[in-house]
Write a protein that binds this ligand. Structure first.
Ligand code: SAH
Length: 223
């Protein structure tokens, strides 16, 4: 799949999108993530992309035209399944939405900055508005990284052991069971015996019970 991210601060995205699983997924050709600097598409002088709000509120607002030009250019090159705006008043992001997006071929993620973005962009160009939680960030870049990371890691083949993504929290609406590694005893703290038993049916049963019990205790709303 291809993810185009539109931002006024492209440097914020460099490291999160180019390490670990996301880097490998791109190297394997499973995902292509392209970051665009909105400033490169402004018709205004000195790379201007924001201006004072009508009505005299405090803060600066991202202008329509640079974003419009960039989105229209991208749309002329390929079909986009979703044009997303990151926004604290959007629908709350979750694993179900990540799964849905991971099945798409091309998506755009537009990052707001400053006081926000001229509302006409949201009215006329955006197909989906996503919030990553009830708090306010400086810009949509970190939200775009959260979306890109959670979507790309579940593309089949992105994670070495594919089954691993399917046993994470929220798949099946359950929290993940605890995991342990060597040594089997440290400081007197022991790994549950069943995990060392080699009895895979018992281990699976234990993991299912743990997932259910943890969900019941920590997140009963998921059940
Ligand atoms: N004045 C706006 C907030 C602007 S914050 C308001 O009160 O709604 C600047 C930008 O950061 C936003 O345009 C949005 O793109 C991004 N952003 C802030 N919080 C976010 C969140 N919780 N989820 C997704 N994007 C967010």
């Amino acid at each position: 799949m291809r993810i185009d991210i539109l931002t006024v601060v492209p440097d914020l995205l460099t490291s999160p999108l180019n390490e670990s699983i996301l880097r490998r997924a791109q190297e394997k050709g499973l995902a292509e993530i392209v970051v665009h600097n909105i400033r490169d598409h402004t018709p205004y002088k000195h790379g201007q992309v924001d201006d004072y709000p009508f009505g005299g509120e405090a803060g600066m607002v991202m202008m329509v035209e640079p974003v419009y030009r960039l989105i229209e250019k991208l749309k002329s090159e390929r079909h986009y399944d979703e044009i997303i705006f990151t926004s604290p008043d959007g629908v709350q992001y979750n694993q179900r939405e990540a799964n849905r997006l991971s099945l798409m071929k091309n998506i755009i993620i537009l990052c707001g900055h400053y006081k926000g973005i001229d509302y006409r962009i949201r009215e006329h160009l955006i197909t989906r508005e996503i919030s990553i939680g009830d708090y306010v960030l400086t810009g949509g870049e970190l939200a775009a990284c959260v979306i890109a990371d959670s979507v790309v890691r579940i593309i089949p083949g992105a994670i070495g052991d594919e089954a691993s993504a399917l046993t994470d929290c929220f798949q099946d609406n359950l929290l993940a069971p605890p995991v342990y590694t060597r040594p089997s005893e440290f400081n007197g703290w022991k790994v549950p015996d069943v995990l060392l038993s080699g009895n895979f049916a018992e281990i699976e049963k234990w993991q299912e019970e743990q997932a259910y019990e943890r969900t019941k205790t920590l997140r009963p709303d998921l059940l």
